[in-house]
Design a protein around this ligand. Structure first.
Ligand SMILES: *[C@@H]1O[C@H](CO)[C@@H](O)[C@H](O)[C@H]1NC(C)=O
Ligand SMILES: *[C@@H]1O[C@H](CO)[C@@H](O)[C@H](O)[C@H]1NC(C)=O
Ligand SMILES: *[C@@H]1O[C@H](CO)[C@@H](O)[C@H](O)[C@H]1NC(C)=O
Ligand SMILES: *[C@@H]1O[C@H](CO)[C@@H](O)[C@H](O)[C@H]1NC(C)=O
Ligand SMILES: *[C@@H]1O[C@H](CO)[C@@H](O)[C@H](O)[C@H]1NC(C)=O
Ligand SMILES: *[C@@H]1O[C@H](CO)[C@@H](O)[C@H](O)[C@H]1NC(C)=O
Ligand SMILES: *[C@@H]1O[C@H](CO)[C@@H](O)[C@H](O)[C@H]1NC(C)=O
Ligand SMILES: *[C@@H]1O[C@H](CO)[C@@H](O)[C@H](O)[C@H]1NC(C)=O
Ligand SMILES: *[C@@H]1O[C@H](CO)[C@@H](O)[C@H](O)[C@H]1NC(C)=O
Ligand SMILES: *[C@@H]1O[C@H](CO)[C@@H](O)[C@H](O)[C@H]1NC(C)=O
Ligand SMILES: *[C@@H]1O[C@H](CO)[C@@H](O)[C@H](O)[C@H]1NC(C)=O
Length: 609
């Protein structure tokens, strides 16, 4: 029995009881994400074996069509039952059950032929040539992931539809997910691959290849921007020959050409390489040049840094490493906004909330390598109320050079005191937490506000140190919900709005006030929470004010993207006086084992006079 494509698409339900004879692999795959043959039996499918893996093998059509939307290859999941005598280069016919598989509802499906039967070898020793991406076919599109993202992969509402429900027709030249789906199962070669993140614990490594790219930063990574989510990337997964990918690959490493099969698992498209990745060379220098900003102790050149030092307690490894970053790379700034300071016994969950010892250990380590003897300011949270690692009681804190500045009229707030803006302007509690009882801060860090005085000239300025709620648990950027679920976005928007209202109160008292907001916002500048923050606070993104190239705005690596979770915003007074800013890539550039925090610090020189 032989059916035309039209019959298969529109008349298939009448044929459920019988085996369907599929003429080609292209017809089995169809031109959408889900196969028209899902959960149906097929027979006498002909294909050339292009690769073998531990649980199956890949076949390529011997009768390709001319349609770029229909993949010519297919994964056969055999669980070791039939592939024993088969080898790459065999042309075979077989039947089986067409299945769509995923291990989580937030992932896309993998199309596979299961329960293979009636396997016949037609011929052996045929040539197997990979498809060279960027040469035999165009490279992937460079900006959008899916037609269902409404033009913005981080747009709201998120999860307004799902690929599995809509099953859109593929547009491989426009959308990244469609591109990789349209070559699902294909044996491909990536020329001149470059690593764009560090491998995960399984050695899976995000790369880009010798094709068109947007958002490339000077290190060779691809930076997330408002215009581009970087779908011109792919993960290299577990090698098919049982070898392991290296675990010390770094951002920007050049790799040997990769040949492997396109696959879908763990929430991403991926290439399973025939053999392990191999690094040819790494970028130089290994670490960035230290900043050259020099403070002079006056309001004209205040140096300020922001650094999430990742779950820091006296017992942390890398105490000296953090001190070295602050002294050598940031040049001992006058004021440092820190996040993720844990209490004195770290994750031990025993009611201890004070972080005095944690901060003193860091300050001592800094004084071992540098000339500044810092002082610190923080407010202990209520035990186990601020989220993060259980028992760790992370909070935001300031280190400051007491020879340069001090709190203006100190009056520290208790954990549940809300500091308010008074006439002057001044703060009712200094330092104080902002609206600590608001439900917006449930299981999250409360912002730490302060007013400072520069000792040499009596200039005062305001700071707000934030650590908004995490994106952890978001659905994968290449997953089923579109746009992807950006977990915590509603809470972050509320947090940004409350922080902004507080800052707007300062600027209502004095439109010329010097105000600095900095911290780990767990969000990108062009996504709802920070758009609301800027609109409501009146502050200006320091990246903009200092003219940092959009592709160099990154402090973190996640999946395929170099991205900026950590931000500094300043009032117009500061923005207008030639501010300087650098993101110091001491952690994103090194291997996973050598990184001291998962975030890079940023350092600025500001005129707050
Ligand atoms: C299988 O397909 C081939 C052509 O590809 C055809 O010659 C053969 O008759 C088919 N066999 C069956 C059992 O349908
Ligand atoms: C795969 O094979 C193993 C043993 O050979 C068996 O235990 C397992 O159930 C099979 N899995 C599937 C999905 O068929
Ligand atoms: C492999 O070939 C041998 C000899 O032809 C046969 O006995 C065996 O069953 C085949 N194994 C598989 C897994 O097909
Ligand atoms: C690069 O982009 C241009 C213009 O869009 C296109 O014509 C070309 O085919 C692309 N090259 C690759 C390798 O994808
Ligand atoms: C994001 O998606 C989640 C899950 O569907 C939903 O609860 C949340 O309200 C959405 N938020 C926005 C802003 O779309
Ligand atoms: C996305 O929305 C759908 C439909 O409302 C819902 O079933 C699903 O749980 C949501 N996904 C996530 C990850 O929240
Ligand atoms: C620090 O680590 C040591 C050794 O691992 C342990 O004995 C000690 O209890 C830890 N101290 C704190 C405060 O967690
Ligand atoms: C921590 O230090 C502050 C002064 O900086 C002091 O008021 C407080 O009592 C100290 N807390 C503990 C538990 O020692
Ligand atoms: C927050 O709530 C606590 C009681 O849980 C109360 O003692 C405190 O005064 C409240 N703070 C503010 C600013 O309302
Ligand atoms: C700063 O203020 C103090 C007291 O308000 C005053 O004694 C001092 O002279 C002032 N210093 C400068 C440089 O204005
Ligand atoms: C921000 O808060 C104000 C109240 O202070 C509210 O009117 C506004 O709707 C909020 N905006 C957002 C985007 O949540």
């Amino acid at each position: 029995m032989k059916l035309s494509f039209t019959t298969l698409c529109y008349g298939a339900s009448a044929l459920l009881a019988t085996n369907i004879y599929a003429e080609t692999i292209a017809e089995i795959n169809g031109n959408k994400f889900l196969s028209p043959y899902r959960n149906k039996d097929v027979s006498n499918v002909t294909g050339l074996i292009t690769a073998k893996g531990p649980d199956g093998f890949w076949i390529r059509s011997t009768k390709p069509d001319q349609n770029r939307k229909t993949s010519e290859s297919l994964y056969v999941y055999d669980n070791g039952t039939v592939s024993g005598n088969l080898t790459s280069g065999d042309v075979i016919t077989l039947g089986g059950r067409l299945s769509e598989y995923r291990s989580s509802s937030t992932y896309l499906y993998l199309t596979e032929l299961t329960r293979p039967s009636n396997v016949h070898v037609v011929s052996q020793g045929n040539e197997v040539n990979p498809v060279v991406i960027g040469q035999d076919i165009d490279g992937p599109p460079t900006e959008q992931y899916s037609s269902l993202d409404n033009g913005d992969v981080f747009g709201v509402p998120n999860n307004s539809s799902q690929i599995s429900a809509v099953n859109p027709e593929l547009q491989p030249s426009r959308f990244g997910l469609d591109y990789w789906e349209s070559i699902m199962g294909e044996l491909v070669t990536v020329r001149k691959p470059v690593a764009i993140n560090k491998p995960n614990q399984y050695g899976d490594t995000w790369i880009t290849g010798d094709w068109n790219k947007t958002g490339q930063n000077a290190r060779g990574g691809l930076t997330l921007t408002a215009q581009s989510g970087n779908p011109e990337t792919i993960v290299i997964g577990e090698p098919l020959d049982g070898t392991s990918n290296p675990d010390d690959t770094k951002l920007g490493d050049s790799l040997k050409d990769i040949t492997g099969v396109v696959y879908q698992a763990f929430g991403t498209y991926r290439i399973l390489p025939l053999t392990a990745l191999s690094v040819i060379s790494s970028q130089e220098p290994a670490l960035p040049e230290p900043v050259t900003y020099a403070a002079d102790g006056t309001c004209k050149s205040l140096t300020v840094a922001d650094y999430n030092i990742e779950n820091f307690s006296p017992n942390s490894t890398g105490v000296e490493g953090r001190a070295e970053h602050i002294v050598t790379y940031l040049n001992s700034p006058d004021l440092i906004f820190l996040q993720e300071i844990q209490d004195d016994d770290g994750p031990t969950n025993d009611g201890v909330v004070s972080a005095n010892r944690s901060l003193e250990v860091l300050i001592d380590a800094i004084s071992q390598v540098g000339a500044v003897q810092y002082a610190y300011v923080d407010i202990d949270p209520v035990n186990n109320e601020d989220g993060g690692q259980p028992g760790g009681n992370i909070r935001n804190a300031y280190l400051y050079n007491p020879e340069v500045l001090e709190l203006a009229k100190p009056n520290p707030g208790a954990p549940l005191d809300a500091t308010k803006v008074l006439a002057g302007p001044s703060l009712s509690f200094n330092p104080g937490r902002i609206e600590p009882n608001s439900s917006a801060w449930e299981a999250s860090r409360k912002p730490l506000a302060a007013q400072w005085r520069i000792i040499s000239d009596n200039t005062t300025f305001f700071t707000v140190n934030v650590h908004f709620t995490s994106k952890g648990g978001s659905s994968p950027i290449e997953g089923d919900p579109r746009p992807p679920v950006n977990l915590g976005i509603d809470q972050r928007t509320e947090q940004a709005n409350i922080t902004a209202a507080f800052i707007a109160d300062i600027l209502a008292e004095d439109p010329n006030a010097a105000v600095i907001m900095a911290g780990d916002c767990n969000e990108f500048a062009f996504v709802e929470p920070l758009k609301v923050f800027v609109a409501e606070s009146g502050l200006i993104d320091l990246d903009e004010a200092a003219g940092v190239d959009p592709v160099e705005r990154y402090t973190y690596l996640f999946d395929m993207n170099s991205q900026e979770l950590d931000h500094i915003f300043v009032s117009k007074k500061i923005a207008d006086q030639e501010p300087k800013l650098e993101h110091m890539h001491v952690n994103t550039w090194v291997s996973y084992d050598d990184q001291i925090s998962d975030h890079d610090p940023s350092v600025a020189q500001l005129n707050v006079c």
